[in-house]
Design a protein around this ligand. Structure first.
Ligand code: F6P
Length: 327
C-alpha cells in the first residue's frame, strides 16, 4: 500500500494494559485527524479486530482520557491472532472496514503479532511501545513503565515502615515478566537492600550473594525486590531464608495487578503523546513495520525485528548503584 493512498487508520491496544495507553490513543487520533485521516478505534485488541469490533473515532471520543489509566479501547491477549486463519480474518475485517493502516499499542507479544501480520499482508503497521515492563529494545522507556515504577516505590515506602518496626526481611515481588527493569530501578528508588532480577538468575545465586554481604551488620530490617517468576519469585526466596537462615523473621508481599493501574505520570503522558504523533508522521513518510520510540530525547523509528528481536540490557551501572548504596 502506497502511503499516499492511506485514508483511514485503525488503532488498537493489545496485551497487558499500561498507564498512558489512553494518552497514546488520544495522540494518535488527534494527530491523524489533524492530518486529514479518518480514524477507527478497534476494541479488545486483535480479538476485536477479528470480530469486527470497530468504531469511527472523532476528537471527542478521546476527550478527557489523557489522565486515566487502563485503555478505553479495552485489551486482550489474542490466541486466535497467533494462527494464520486468525490473521486472515483480521485482514478481511480491515478490508471490510476500509482501514488502510494499523497502529498497535502494546508490548513484545503484540508487536510480534504485528510484525508477522505485516509480513503476510500488505498493510502498513506501526507500533507504539505500551508495556509496564520496559523490555522493548530501541526506546529508553515504554508507555506505563514510569507510572508503575512510581507506584512500586510508593508501595515499598509503606512496606518499609512495618519492616523497620518489626525488624523483618521483606521480599517484595514486582511484575516485569522476563525483564528486571521494574525490580532494579524500584529497588534503587525505594532504597531497598537488593534486587533479584531474571537477567542475573542464570549464573549467580543472588540470594546467597546478598546474604553473604552480611545484611545484619548495620541494619535490622531489609527489603529485597524480586522480579516475578513462576519458579523463583518472592515466595521461593522467603522459603529459602526461612530454611537456610532460621533466625531471620521473613515476610512476603506480592504487589500484583495494582502495579498496572492508576493515573499515568506526566512522563508517561508526554512519552505517549510524542510517540502517538510520531506514529502518524511515520505513516505519512511511508514508514512501515516500525516501532516509534524515544531515545536520548529524540523520537526514533525502530524496525519491528530489532524492537522485539534484540534483548534490552540492564546496565551494569544500575547494579553497581544499588550494590554500593545499600551497604
Ligand atoms: O506484560 C505486562 C505484564 O504486566 C507483565 O509484567 C506480567 O507478567 C503480565 O503482564 C501479567 O499478565 P496478566 O495480566 O495477563 O496476568
Amino acid at each position: 500500500m502506497n502511503s499516499s493512498k492511506i485514508k483511514c487508520i485503525g488503532v488498537l491496544t493489545s496485551g497487558g494494559d499500561a498507564p498512558g495507553m489512553n494518552a497514546a490513543i488520544r495522540a494518535v487520533t488527534r494527530s491523524a485527524i489533524c492530518n486529514g485521516y479518518k480514524v477507527k478505534g478497534i476494541y479488545r485488541g486483535y480479538d476485536g479486530l477479528i470480530n469486527g469490533e470497530i468504531k469511527d473515532f472523532t476528537t471527542e471520543d478521546v476527550s478527557n482520557i489523557i489522565q486515566t489509566g487502563g485503555t478505553i479501547l479495552r485489551t486482550a491477549r489474542s490466541k486466535e491472532f497467533e494462527t494464520t486463519a486468525g490473521k486472515k480474518k483480521a485482514y478481511d475485517q480491515l478490508v471490510k472496514n476500509d482501514i488502510d493502516a494499523l497502529i498497535i499499542i502494546g508490548g513484545d507479544g503484540s508487536l510480534t503479532g504485528a510484525c508477522e501480520f505485516a509480513q503476510m499482508f500488505d498493510v502498513p503497521c506501526v507500533g507504539l511501545p505500551g508495556t509496564i515492563d520496559n523490555d522493548l529494545y530501541g526506546t529508553d522507556s515504554t508507555i506505563g513503565y514510569d507510572t508503575t515504577l512510581n507506584t512500586i516505590t510508593q508501595c515499598v515506602d509503606k512496606i518499609r515502615d512495618t519492616a523497620h518496626s518489626h525488624e523483618r526481611i521483606f521480599f517484595v515481588e514486582v511484575m516485569g515478566r522476563d525483564a528486571g527493569f521494574l525490580a532494579q530501578n524500584s529497588a534503587i528508588a525505594a532504597g531497598a537492600e537488593a534486587a533479584i532480577i531474571p537477567e542475573y538468575n542464570t549464573d549467580i545465586d543472588q540470594l546467597q550473594k546478598f546474604m553473604e554481604r552480611g545484611i545484619r551488620k548495620s541494619k535490622r530490617s531489609c527489603i529485597v525486590i524480586v522480579s516475578e517468576s513462576p519458579k523463583c519469585g518472592a515466595m521461593y526466596y522467603a522459603n529459602r531464608v526461612t530454611k537456610e537462615y532460621p533466625n531471620y523473621d521473613v515476610r512476603v508481599s506480592i504487589l500484583g495487578h495494582l502495579q498496572r493501574g492508576g493515573s499515568p505520570s506526566a512522563r508517561d503522558r508526554i512519552l505517549a503523546s510524542r510517540v502517538g504523533l510520531g506514529a502518524i508522521e511515520a505513516i505519512m513518510q511511508g514508514q512501515r513495520n516500525v516501532m516509534v520510540g524515544v531515545k536520548n530525547d529524540e523520537v526514533v523509528y525502530v524496525p519491528f525485528s530489532e524492537a522485539i528481536g534484540k534483548k534490552k540490557p540492564i546496565s551494569p551501572e544500575l547494579i553497581k548503584v544499588l550494590d554500593v548504596l545499600s551497604i
